[in-house]
Every structure is written in structure tokens, then in C-alpha cells.
Write a protein that binds this ligand. Structure first.
Ligand code: ARG
Length: 462
């Protein structure tokens, strides 16, 4: 049974078939499609639109199909276009005429909207697990190397001394916000579109609430046209993904920089480094570089789908089929990037001496602000202190001396990076006691961001 049988005389042009098939990629939604169909068919039975025998046959057939999909033995057929028609066709092969009743009160338009929401729900859980694991690895590193000092940078110029732990926790903050973004997006996506039909619902007496409960959604979509036309739940996932990918890229970039001979702040063990085909001595941070590089395609998928959506009239348009490959690739790329950067963070070995030497380097004078602030504490207006320290910096550079040497013994702030760090004793500051508290707080916030329990509603469908 093909959907062309009633209305069409001729076979579809091969180029149009090749263009319009989505089975080569939406086969990935097979499990979601079966899950949605089981809930829909049970509802049809409860609503007296399927007999007990028909529901039983459909249930058995769909469960066999689920097994075939899981085992990789499902016979996909490109002529059946997409996963929805493939499943229905296979069901007909298995159970005969009763299969023709499964699509009662349903369109592929609300069906695909459902399948995609189920996918995004699963993908969001996995991405959040990956973010938590990476954040935990950063917190662990921060705690293990809590006393290490390095320069903080602005404009990639040495600025002020800071604790390595404080620096690592900056990345944790970004990841905690990423978790929040994915959670917010998941809340808004938590709506069941089934029952919206092709675009205006159905005249048959169905029970949308029943399906919603079965599939564990928080709410029903409120407008049938919106339900089949909207993909902003995909856009939100991709937007959160793009921001996360940019965060991972910035972390990766620092690992690339820090592992150079010029910085030498971290050593990358062989497990996370790669070689050169020509230069025998080379050891390269390709993993971190690729995490940085992969962010490009993730940002691209967001822009791609925004561009697909921008001119579409309501409601469903076939253009929407273009939502899938970018979404799948976004998820796969993110999952891989999260795992790779986490391995790199776990493996990297900080070089305490190199970091400290960079913070203490006489030519960098990273304590200049601390010296100015020590003068402010004695009543000198800040602008005047800034001028006086600036003059000292100029003298030190001219005479090839350190700031401490030209400032003299009654200005100890000029020579003591640890005292400067300890004085940043304010909320959000890098004083050791503040950083210790921040490590504990970050851990607690991560634990409070608890795992998402799978919300398949009713216990009878374990
Ligand atoms: N493969 C289609 C998609 O991904 C399914 C919906 C097709 N609906 C239709 N009326 N042609 O969007």
C-alpha cells in the first residue's frame, strides 16, 4: 500500500524521489516512531477506533518492528520515503489489513513533530550528562592543584596573578549556565503534538491527554497549526548547543596555547596527543584543536535551520524535513567533543613552576595593580597611585630591574604575588579561602542540577 495509489497515475521522478527521501537519515528516529505509534494505537483502542484484536495485532507487530530496528535487521525501503511510511509498510507486511488503521486520526506532520521531540528529549539528557561530567573533571583538577599560581590574562597579555583553580572554575561557571539553558529549552519542548493531524486536528473522537500521559509529556501543544509548523524546540537545542560548543572551543583553545613551548603551562600525556607524519619530534594537541574546529559545524547547523525556517508560511512545509541532519550531527558532534575535552582535562598535567615563573616574571609586573591599591589603602587617590606606579614601571623597565626593586622595601605589595592573591578576598575573587569555598559551592550546584529521571508516564509500560 503506497500513499500514491489512490490519487496518482505515474511513478515519482527519480530525482524528486532522491531529493525527498529522508529514510537515509530519519531511520534514526525508528525507536521514537514506534514508541509514538504504540501510544497512539492504544489510545485509538481506548477511544473505540480500534477493536481489541486490531490493537493487539498492531501492538505485537510494532514490538517486532522495534526489535528489528534494534537488531539492525529492519528492511528499509527508500521508495517508502521516510521512517513513518517504512514502519507502516513493514507493519502491513506483518499483520495485514489492520495495519491500515494505525494512521487513523494522525498525519505524518504531527507524527514527525512528536518523533523529533522525543529525540530532543533523549539528546538533551545525554548532553547534560556530558556537561556534568566535564564540569566535575574541571572541579577535580581545580581542587587537586588548588595552590598553583599563574598570570590571569587580558588581551592575552599578562595581567594579574590568579589561582589556577579560579581560572578552571571560570569554565565551570559557563558549563553550569549551559546546563540551565538545556534545562530551560527542555521545559519549553515538553509538549505532546499528537492529535494536531495534518494542521487543524481531527474530527475523530480521540483522547490527546491519554497519549500525553503515555509518552510522559508535561503539556499538550495548544495550537494545531503551530504544533506541525514549529521547530523552535530544535532551534533552542541547537542554540544551547552552539553556545556550549563555543565554550568548549574556548577551553580547548587555552589547552592548545598552554601546551605550547611558549607557555608550557600544561603537559599533555601521549593518550591525548598526536604525532606529525613528517616531523618526528612533534607532539600535537589535535584533540583540543578539533573540539575547537567542530564548534564551527554546530554553529552552522543553528544558522542553517534558522535560514530554512525564516520564510515558511504556516503550517507544515516539506522544507522542515531539513531540520534533521543538522540536529543529529549537532548531537553527535557535541557528545564526542564533550567526551574528548573531558579526557584532555583529566589527563593534562599542570607545570606549577612554569606557571608561577610567568606570574613572577619581572618584565610582566603583574603586581602593579596590587602596589597601586596598597597606596590607595594609605590614602593616595587611585588615579594618583596609578600615575606613580606607572612611573615606577617605566623606571624599572629602563633600568632592567623588577618592580619590587624600584619600589623599595616599604612597598612589599610590589614583590609578593601570593599576598596580592590573598587580598582578592571578596565574592567572586581569587583569594584561596574564596576559591576553596567556590570549589565546594560548584560541587553542590552540580549535585543540585540532578540527573533527569526518565519520565515515561505510566508504570504499566516500563
Ligand atoms: N519526512 C517528513 C519530514 O521529515 C515527514 C512529514 C512529511 N509530511 C508530508 N506531508 N509530506 O518532515
Amino acid at each position: 500500500m503506497s500513499i500514491r495509489e489512490g490519487r496518482f497515475d505515474e511513478d515519482l521522478d527519480p530525482a524528486i524521489l532522491a531529493l525527498s527521501q529522508s529514510i537515509s537519515f530519519d531511520r534514526r528516529l525508528g525507536g521514537d516512531d514506534v514508541e509514538g505509534s504504540l501510544a497512539h494505537a492504544e489510545m485509538l483502542h481506548v477511544a473505540d477506533l480500534l477493536s481489541a484484536a486490531e490493537w493487539e495485532a498492531i501492538r505485537r507487530g510494532l514490538e517486532e518492528i522495534r526489535e528489528e530496528l534494534e537488531r539492525g535487521t529492519f528492511p528499509f525501503d527508500e521508495r517508502a520515503e521516510d521512517i513513518h511510511m517504512n514502519v507502516e509498510k513493514r507493519l502491513a507486511e506483518k499483520i495485514g489489513a489492520a495495519a491500515g488503521k494505525l494512521h487513523t486520526a494522525r498525519s505524518r506532520n504531527d507524527q514527525v513533530a512528536l518523533d523529533l521531540r522525543l529525540f530532543v528529549r533523549r539528546a538533551t539528557r545525554e548532553v547534560k550528562d556530558g556537561i556534568r561530567a566535564l564540569a566535575a573533571a574541571l572541579i577535580e583538577k581545580a581542587e587537586r592543584h588548588a595552590e598553583l599560581v599563574l598570570p590571569a590574562y587580558t588581551h592575552l597579555q599578562r595581567a594579574q596573578p590568579v589561582l589556577l583553580a579560579h581560572h578552571l572554575l571560570a569554565h565551570v561557571e559557563m558549563l553550569l549556565r549551559d546546563l540551565g539553558r538545556f534545562a530551560d529549552a527542555a521545559d519549553r519542548a515538553d509538549e505532546c503534538p499528537l492529535g494536531s493531524g495534518a494542521c487543524t486536528g481531527t474530527g475523530l473522537p480521540i483522547d490527546r491527554e491519554f497519549v500525553r500521559r503515555k509518552l510522559g509529556f508535561a503539556r499538550l501543544t495548544a495550537n494545531s497549526l503551530d504544533a506541525v509548523a514549529d521547530r523552535d524546540f530544535v532551534l533552542e537545542f541547537e542554540a544551547a548547543a552552539a553556545i556550549l560548543a563555543v565554550h568548549l572551543s574556548r577551553l580547548a583553545e587555552e589547552i592548545v596555547l598552554w601546551s605550547t613551548a611558549e607557555f608550557g603551562f600544561v603537559r599533555l600525556p601521549d593518550s591525548v596527543a598526536t604525532g606529525s607524519s613528517m616531523m618526528p619530534q612533534k607532539k600535537n594537541p589535535d584533540g583540543a584543536e578539533l573540539v575547537r574546529g567542530k564548534s564551527g559545524r554546530i554553529v552552522g547547523h543553528l544558522v542553517g535551520l534558522l535560514t530554512v525556517m525564516k520564510g515558511l508560511p504556516l503550517s507544515y512545509n516539506r522544507d522542515l524535513q531539513e531540520d534533521k541532519e543538522g540536529l543529529f550531527d549537532t548531537f553527535d558532534t557535541l557528545a564526542l567533543s564533550l567526551a574528548a575535552i573531558r579526557s584532555t582535562v583529566e589527563a593534562m598535567e599542570p607545570d606549577a613552576a612554569r606557571m608561577r615563573a610567568a606570574a613572577l616574571d619581572p618584565a610582566s609586573m603583574t603586581t602593579a595593580t596590587d602596589l597601586a591599591e596598597s597606596m590607595v589603602a594609605r590614602g593616595v587617590p587611585f588615579r594618583e597611585a596609578h600615575r606613580q606606579v606607572g612611573a615606577l614601571v617605566r623606571r624599572a623597565l629602563g633600568e632592567g630591574k623588577s618592580l619590587g626593586e624600584v619600589a623599595g622595601p616599604d612597598a612589599p605589595a610590589a614583590g609578593d604575588v601570593d599576598a596580592g592573591i590573598a587580598r582578592k578576598d571578596l565574592p567572586g575573587g581569587t583569594a584561596p579561602s574564596r576559591v576553596r569555598a567556590a570549589i565546594a559551592a560548584a560541587r553542590a550546584r552540580l549535585a543540585a542540577e540532578k540527573g533527569d529521571e526518565p519520565r515515561t508516564a505510566e508504570p504499566d509500560r516500563a
